[in-house]
Design a protein around this ligand. Sequence first.
Ligand code: ADP
Length: 258
Amino acid sequence: DRDVRVPIRGPEEVRQLAVTLNDLSAELKKQEDWRHHLMEDLTHELRTPMTSMLSQLEAMIDGIYEVDIQWLQQIYDELIRLSRLMTDMEKLSEAEAARFTVHIKRVNMINLAEQVYRNFLPMAKSKDIKLRFMNPNVPCYAEVDRDKMVQVVSNIVSNAVKYTNPGGMITLGVDWRPETTIIYCHDTGIGIGPQDLPYVFNRLYRADKSRSRFSGGVGLGLSIAKALAEAHDGTIELESEVGIGSHFRITVPNVYKS
Ligand code: ADP
Protein backbone atom coordinates (compact mmCIF):
# COMPACT_ATOMS: atom_id res chain seq x y z
CA ASP A 1 0.00 0.00 0.00
CA ARG A 2 1.75 3.08 -1.26
CA ASP A 3 1.20 6.22 0.79
CA VAL A 4 -0.14 8.80 -1.66
CA ARG A 5 -0.75 11.53 0.87
CA VAL A 6 0.74 14.94 0.06
CA PRO A 7 2.97 16.13 2.89
CA ILE A 8 2.03 19.52 4.31
CA ARG A 9 4.90 21.47 5.73
CA GLY A 10 3.40 24.35 7.66
CA PRO A 11 0.45 26.71 8.03
CA GLU A 12 1.19 28.61 4.79
CA GLU A 13 0.78 25.42 2.76
CA VAL A 14 -2.49 24.64 4.54
CA ARG A 15 -3.75 28.12 3.66
CA GLN A 16 -2.72 27.68 0.01
CA LEU A 17 -4.45 24.31 -0.12
CA ALA A 18 -7.64 25.82 1.27
CA VAL A 19 -7.53 28.57 -1.36
CA THR A 20 -7.05 26.02 -4.15
CA LEU A 21 -9.89 23.85 -2.84
CA ASN A 22 -12.22 26.84 -2.60
CA ASP A 23 -11.39 27.87 -6.18
CA LEU A 24 -12.05 24.33 -7.34
CA SER A 25 -15.40 24.10 -5.63
CA ALA A 26 -16.42 27.53 -6.98
CA GLU A 27 -15.57 26.32 -10.50
CA LEU A 28 -17.52 23.08 -9.95
CA LYS A 29 -20.49 25.08 -8.65
CA LYS A 30 -20.37 27.25 -11.80
CA GLN A 31 -20.39 24.16 -14.03
CA GLU A 32 -23.20 22.64 -12.00
CA ASP A 33 -25.26 25.85 -12.34
CA TRP A 34 -24.52 25.94 -16.06
CA ARG A 35 -25.81 22.38 -16.51
CA HIS A 36 -28.87 23.10 -14.42
CA HIS A 37 -29.77 26.19 -16.48
CA LEU A 38 -29.08 24.30 -19.72
CA MET A 39 -31.57 21.60 -18.68
CA GLU A 40 -34.15 24.23 -17.74
CA ASP A 41 -33.69 26.06 -21.05
CA LEU A 42 -33.92 22.87 -23.07
CA THR A 43 -37.00 21.60 -21.26
CA HIS A 44 -38.69 24.95 -21.75
CA GLU A 45 -37.71 25.00 -25.44
CA LEU A 46 -38.99 21.47 -26.07
CA ARG A 47 -42.17 21.35 -23.99
CA THR A 48 -44.48 23.64 -25.97
CA PRO A 49 -43.83 22.23 -29.46
CA MET A 50 -43.90 18.64 -28.13
CA THR A 51 -47.25 19.14 -26.41
CA SER A 52 -48.83 20.70 -29.46
CA MET A 53 -47.48 18.07 -31.87
CA LEU A 54 -48.64 15.27 -29.58
CA SER A 55 -52.17 16.60 -29.27
CA GLN A 56 -52.45 17.14 -33.02
CA LEU A 57 -51.22 13.61 -33.76
CA GLU A 58 -53.52 12.11 -31.11
CA ALA A 59 -56.51 13.91 -32.58
CA MET A 60 -55.69 12.46 -36.00
CA ILE A 61 -55.12 8.95 -34.65
CA ASP A 62 -58.40 9.08 -32.71
CA GLY A 63 -60.18 10.22 -35.86
CA ILE A 64 -61.29 13.51 -34.27
CA TYR A 65 -59.46 15.31 -37.06
CA GLU A 66 -58.96 14.03 -40.55
CA VAL A 67 -55.38 13.40 -41.55
CA ASP A 68 -54.41 16.67 -43.09
CA ILE A 69 -51.29 16.97 -45.20
CA GLN A 70 -50.84 20.62 -44.17
CA TRP A 71 -50.80 19.67 -40.51
CA LEU A 72 -48.36 16.88 -41.16
CA GLN A 73 -46.17 19.39 -42.97
CA GLN A 74 -46.32 21.70 -39.91
CA ILE A 75 -45.36 18.87 -37.59
CA TYR A 76 -42.56 17.90 -39.95
CA ASP A 77 -41.24 21.48 -40.06
CA GLU A 78 -41.31 21.71 -36.29
CA LEU A 79 -39.42 18.42 -35.97
CA ILE A 80 -36.80 19.72 -38.40
CA ARG A 81 -36.41 22.83 -36.24
CA LEU A 82 -36.06 20.74 -33.08
CA SER A 83 -33.46 18.52 -34.68
CA ARG A 84 -31.53 21.66 -35.70
CA LEU A 85 -31.81 22.78 -32.09
CA MET A 86 -30.24 19.49 -30.96
CA THR A 87 -27.38 19.81 -33.45
CA ASP A 88 -26.69 23.39 -32.34
CA MET A 89 -26.88 22.41 -28.66
CA GLU A 90 -24.20 19.83 -29.35
CA LYS A 91 -22.10 22.47 -31.13
CA LEU A 92 -22.52 24.85 -28.20
CA SER A 93 -21.40 22.27 -25.69
CA GLU A 94 -18.39 21.47 -27.92
CA ALA A 95 -17.67 25.20 -28.22
CA GLU A 96 -17.74 25.64 -24.47
CA ALA A 97 -15.32 22.72 -24.05
CA ALA A 98 -13.14 24.17 -26.82
CA ARG A 99 -10.87 26.09 -24.49
CA PHE A 100 -9.39 22.67 -23.68
CA THR A 101 -9.28 21.32 -27.23
CA VAL A 102 -8.14 24.02 -29.63
CA HIS A 103 -5.67 22.96 -32.32
CA ILE A 104 -3.57 26.06 -32.66
CA LYS A 105 -1.63 26.92 -35.82
CA ARG A 106 -0.30 30.11 -37.33
CA VAL A 107 -3.09 31.11 -39.71
CA ASN A 108 -3.38 33.67 -42.50
CA MET A 109 -6.45 35.54 -41.25
CA ILE A 110 -7.12 37.27 -44.58
CA ASN A 111 -7.34 33.87 -46.27
CA LEU A 112 -9.62 32.65 -43.54
CA ALA A 113 -12.03 35.59 -43.77
CA GLU A 114 -11.95 35.51 -47.56
CA GLN A 115 -12.89 31.85 -47.54
CA VAL A 116 -15.98 32.62 -45.44
CA TYR A 117 -16.77 35.52 -47.78
CA ARG A 118 -16.68 33.20 -50.80
CA ASN A 119 -18.81 30.58 -49.04
CA PHE A 120 -21.56 33.13 -48.46
CA LEU A 121 -21.52 34.86 -51.85
CA PRO A 122 -24.16 32.60 -53.44
CA MET A 123 -26.54 32.94 -50.48
CA ALA A 124 -26.15 36.75 -50.42
CA LYS A 125 -26.65 36.94 -54.16
CA SER A 126 -29.80 34.84 -54.01
CA LYS A 127 -31.22 37.38 -51.50
CA ASP A 128 -30.06 40.30 -53.65
CA ILE A 129 -27.66 41.47 -50.93
CA LYS A 130 -24.29 42.96 -51.90
CA LEU A 131 -21.51 41.19 -49.99
CA ARG A 132 -18.07 42.87 -50.10
CA PHE A 133 -14.68 41.84 -48.78
CA MET A 134 -12.18 44.47 -47.55
CA ASN A 135 -8.62 43.26 -47.82
CA PRO A 136 -6.29 45.35 -45.60
CA ASN A 137 -3.37 44.47 -47.91
CA VAL A 138 -0.98 43.93 -45.03
CA PRO A 139 -0.03 40.46 -43.76
CA CYS A 140 -2.39 39.32 -40.97
CA TYR A 141 -1.33 36.20 -39.12
CA ALA A 142 -2.68 34.91 -35.82
CA GLU A 143 -2.30 31.70 -33.81
CA VAL A 144 -5.79 30.19 -33.89
CA ASP A 145 -7.73 26.99 -34.44
CA ARG A 146 -8.61 27.53 -38.10
CA ASP A 147 -11.81 25.47 -38.26
CA LYS A 148 -13.14 27.03 -35.07
CA MET A 149 -12.43 30.57 -36.28
CA VAL A 150 -14.13 29.78 -39.61
CA GLN A 151 -17.16 28.76 -37.55
CA VAL A 152 -17.10 32.03 -35.57
CA VAL A 153 -16.94 34.20 -38.70
CA SER A 154 -19.51 32.03 -40.52
CA ASN A 155 -22.04 32.36 -37.70
CA ILE A 156 -21.71 36.16 -37.77
CA VAL A 157 -21.91 36.43 -41.58
CA SER A 158 -24.77 33.94 -41.75
CA ASN A 159 -26.76 36.17 -39.35
CA ALA A 160 -25.88 39.24 -41.39
CA VAL A 161 -27.36 37.58 -44.48
CA LYS A 162 -30.36 36.29 -42.53
CA TYR A 163 -31.21 39.65 -40.91
CA THR A 164 -30.56 41.94 -43.90
CA ASN A 165 -33.32 42.67 -46.40
CA PRO A 166 -32.88 42.42 -50.17
CA GLY A 167 -31.03 45.42 -51.57
CA GLY A 168 -28.85 45.67 -48.42
CA MET A 169 -25.10 45.48 -48.09
CA ILE A 170 -22.70 43.47 -45.95
CA THR A 171 -19.03 44.32 -45.57
CA LEU A 172 -16.65 41.70 -44.21
CA GLY A 173 -13.10 42.83 -43.52
CA VAL A 174 -9.89 42.31 -41.60
CA ASP A 175 -7.88 44.85 -39.56
CA TRP A 176 -4.42 44.15 -38.25
CA ARG A 177 -3.05 45.49 -34.95
CA PRO A 178 0.36 44.61 -33.42
CA GLU A 179 -1.28 42.52 -30.69
CA THR A 180 -4.57 41.46 -32.24
CA THR A 181 -6.39 40.72 -35.45
CA ILE A 182 -9.88 42.06 -35.92
CA ILE A 183 -12.42 40.56 -38.28
CA TYR A 184 -15.43 42.81 -38.69
CA CYS A 185 -18.81 42.37 -40.31
CA HIS A 186 -21.03 45.39 -40.98
CA ASP A 187 -24.55 44.99 -42.31
CA THR A 188 -27.31 47.38 -43.29
CA GLY A 189 -29.86 44.96 -41.86
CA ILE A 190 -32.81 45.25 -39.52
CA GLY A 191 -30.60 45.98 -36.49
CA ILE A 192 -31.08 45.08 -32.82
CA GLY A 193 -32.88 47.31 -30.32
CA PRO A 194 -31.33 48.39 -26.99
CA GLN A 195 -33.79 46.13 -25.15
CA ASP A 196 -32.31 43.05 -26.88
CA LEU A 197 -28.68 44.10 -27.33
CA PRO A 198 -27.41 42.86 -23.93
CA TYR A 199 -28.95 39.42 -24.42
CA VAL A 200 -28.31 38.31 -28.00
CA PHE A 201 -25.18 36.36 -27.00
CA ASN A 202 -27.19 34.36 -24.45
CA ARG A 203 -28.10 30.89 -25.54
CA LEU A 204 -31.59 30.40 -27.01
CA TYR A 205 -32.18 34.18 -27.06
CA ARG A 206 -33.96 35.52 -30.14
CA ALA A 207 -34.78 39.20 -30.44
CA ASP A 208 -38.04 38.53 -32.27
CA LYS A 209 -39.21 35.02 -31.60
CA SER A 210 -41.88 34.86 -34.26
CA ARG A 211 -39.59 36.20 -36.98
CA SER A 212 -36.68 33.98 -35.97
CA ARG A 213 -38.90 30.93 -35.86
CA PHE A 214 -39.89 31.68 -39.42
CA SER A 215 -36.27 32.19 -40.47
CA GLY A 216 -35.38 28.90 -38.82
CA GLY A 217 -33.04 30.25 -36.15
CA VAL A 218 -32.86 28.58 -32.76
CA GLY A 219 -30.90 31.32 -30.97
CA LEU A 220 -27.58 29.53 -30.50
CA GLY A 221 -25.38 30.92 -33.31
CA LEU A 222 -24.03 33.87 -31.34
CA SER A 223 -23.48 31.90 -28.12
CA ILE A 224 -21.46 29.35 -30.09
CA ALA A 225 -19.45 32.12 -31.77
CA LYS A 226 -18.79 33.81 -28.42
CA ALA A 227 -17.69 30.60 -26.68
CA LEU A 228 -15.32 29.80 -29.58
CA ALA A 229 -13.85 33.33 -29.61
CA GLU A 230 -13.32 33.10 -25.85
CA ALA A 231 -11.54 29.77 -26.28
CA HIS A 232 -8.93 31.88 -28.13
CA ASP A 233 -8.97 34.57 -25.41
CA GLY A 234 -10.79 36.66 -27.97
CA THR A 235 -13.92 38.78 -27.82
CA ILE A 236 -16.93 39.67 -29.95
CA GLU A 237 -18.23 43.23 -29.75
CA LEU A 238 -21.49 44.44 -31.16
CA GLU A 239 -23.02 47.80 -31.95
CA SER A 240 -26.40 47.98 -33.58
CA GLU A 241 -29.26 50.29 -34.35
CA VAL A 242 -32.76 49.28 -35.42
CA GLY A 243 -33.38 50.03 -39.07
CA ILE A 244 -29.73 51.05 -39.64
CA GLY A 245 -27.75 47.86 -39.20
CA SER A 246 -25.23 45.99 -37.06
CA HIS A 247 -21.45 46.09 -36.58
CA PHE A 248 -19.80 42.94 -35.25
CA ARG A 249 -16.08 42.92 -34.30
CA ILE A 250 -14.29 39.66 -33.60
CA THR A 251 -10.91 40.22 -31.90
CA VAL A 252 -8.28 37.52 -31.32
CA PRO A 253 -4.77 37.86 -29.92
CA ASN A 254 -2.08 37.25 -32.56
CA VAL A 255 -0.15 35.09 -30.10
CA TYR A 256 -2.00 32.26 -28.41
CA LYS A 257 -1.41 31.88 -24.66
CA SER A 258 -2.61 28.48 -23.47
P1 ADP B 1 -30.66 32.83 -34.35
O1 ADP B 1 -30.60 31.36 -34.58
O2 ADP B 1 -32.00 33.25 -33.83
O3 ADP B 1 -30.19 33.65 -35.51
P2 ADP B 1 -28.31 33.82 -32.91
O4 ADP B 1 -27.74 33.43 -31.59
O5 ADP B 1 -27.42 33.66 -34.10
O6 ADP B 1 -29.67 33.04 -33.08
O7 ADP B 1 -28.76 35.34 -32.81
C1 ADP B 1 -29.57 35.75 -31.70
C2 ADP B 1 -30.51 36.89 -32.11
O8 ADP B 1 -29.75 38.07 -32.37
C3 ADP B 1 -31.26 36.62 -33.41
O9 ADP B 1 -32.45 35.92 -33.16
C4 ADP B 1 -31.53 38.03 -33.93
O10 ADP B 1 -32.68 38.54 -33.28
C5 ADP B 1 -30.33 38.82 -33.40
N1 ADP B 1 -29.30 39.03 -34.46
C6 ADP B 1 -28.13 38.36 -34.61
N2 ADP B 1 -27.40 38.84 -35.63
C7 ADP B 1 -28.12 39.87 -36.15
C8 ADP B 1 -27.90 40.82 -37.23
N3 ADP B 1 -26.79 40.78 -37.98
N4 ADP B 1 -28.86 41.75 -37.45
C9 ADP B 1 -29.98 41.80 -36.69
N5 ADP B 1 -30.24 40.95 -35.68
C10 ADP B 1 -29.34 40.00 -35.40
